[in-house]
Design a protein around this ligand. Structure first.
Ligand SMILES: [Zn+2]
Length: 112
């Protein structure tokens, strides 16, 4: 009976680990690493994934820009170049390159 319960708990943990790994991936983080965090830490690992910052916007915009390959650019320079080629704009005040959807730069300068 104990063995049966252990197997059931193991399978439930495994399913949860896969789910939390996919949540981490949706948030723009490495899923494999978070799978193992959840696998070994259990509830603490789940909380960790829940508390992850959502980098999904960055990951999603990379997917769109790179033709859905999901491949991230190797440098910030390549990222900025891709943003500019896809309707992005460069702030005249601080020189930060912003995506097309951003209407006001981080420094407060509006898109012109
Ligand atoms: Zn700016």
């Amino acid at each position: 009976m104990t063995i049966f319960l252990l197997i059931v708990a193991f399978v439930i943990n495994l399913v949860l680990c896969f789910k939390f790994a996919s949540i981490a991936e949706e948030k723009g983080h490495e899923p494999k690493g978070y799978f193992w965090w959840c696998f070994f830490l259990g509830t603490a690992g789940y909380i960790m994934v829940a508390a992850l910052p959502d980098r999904g916007y960055y990951a999603r915009s990379m997917k769109n820009i790179n033709g859905d390959s999901g491949k991230k650019p190797t440098t910030d320079l390549a990222y900025e170049e891709r943003l500019l080629n896809n309707g992005g704009w460069k702030c005249p005040s601080c020189q930060k390159v912003n995506p097309e959807s951003v209407t006001t730069c981080r420094c407060g300068m509006p898109k012109c």
